[in-house]
Design a protein around this ligand. Structure first.
Ligand SMILES: Nc1ncnc2c1ncn2[C@@H]1O[C@H](COP(=O)(O)OP(=O)(O)OP(=O)(O)O)[C@@H](O)[C@H]1O
Length: 204
């Protein structure tokens, strides 16, 4: 169970979101929506424990989170299989074969991560989630670089995770084909209006 009570989250010392109260239970997915700069990444970083809430509380079971940020977190000189084995050992998670198969990477398992295409790298970064054994997935724009078939593979993996009692919070701008997910528009929770000037935004 993930539970937020009157949560405010800040970035660069500026409060971005305020007043978030919600729970996400086992088997549920929450999709975060909002325009660029609305605070989706800031919220996910707070849920992941990378930064403290500016106000309120954020309760998650200890050692329950697998966080997939914008970067894939791959070791370029290791093969796809070696990358997953590395993460499986770190997390003490399950064997990697099912993760490779789930993201259609079995045929690429011996290729170095640095020699994969952008979409293949992204699939490998997502396969990492499956070897963590962690019940709470926090995913920031997970489908960037994925083609339609790969998005469907990813959605299936999320669905199996939910069916197994996991939960997921996913920031995305696209339709994942996951109609059972709850959608949270962050716009009403924005703590201040970001001016549209590129200069201001870049240095906020
Ligand atoms: N490292 C940083 N230091 C200071 N401010 C930041 C930093 N990163 C982002 N911000 C600012 O925090 C606000 C929220 O950004 P955030 O990345 O959470 O938005 P987002 O909804 O994830 O956007 P996007 O859809 O573009 O990924 C923005 O105004 C942004 O400019």
């Amino acid at each position: 169970m993930l539970s937020l009570e009157n949560l405010a989250a800040a970035r660069g010392g500026v409060t971005v979101l305020r007043g978030l109260t919600l729970t996400v239970g086992p088997g549920q997915a929450l999709i975060l929506r909002g325009p660029n700069g609305s605070g989706k990444t800031t919220l996910l970083r707070t849920l992941a424990g990378l930064q403290a809430p500016a106000e309120g509380t954020c309760d998650l079971p200890p050692d329950s989170v697998a966080y997939a940020a914008h970067a894939d977190g791959l070791k370029a000189t290791l093969t796809a299989a070696e990358n997953l084995e590395f993460w499986a050992r770190i997390y003490g998670g399950p064997a990697i074969d099912h993760a490779l198969a789930a993201l259609d990477l079995t045929g690429l398992s011996r290729r170095r991560a640095g020699e994969l295409s952008a979409g293949q790298k992204r699939r490998l970064g997502l396969a990492r989630l499956l070897v963590t054994g962690r019940p709470i997935w926090l995913l920031d724009e997970p489908t960037v670089s994925l083609d339609t078939a790969s998005v469907a593979l990813f959605t299936s993996a999320v669905r199996r995770h939910l069916a197994g009692g996991g939960l997921a919070v996913i920031a995305t701008h696209i339709d994942l084909g996951l109609p059972e997910a709850r959608v949270l528009d962050l716009d009403p929770y924005r703590a201040r209006v970001i001016q549209s000037s590129g200069f201001d935004e870049a240095f906020t």
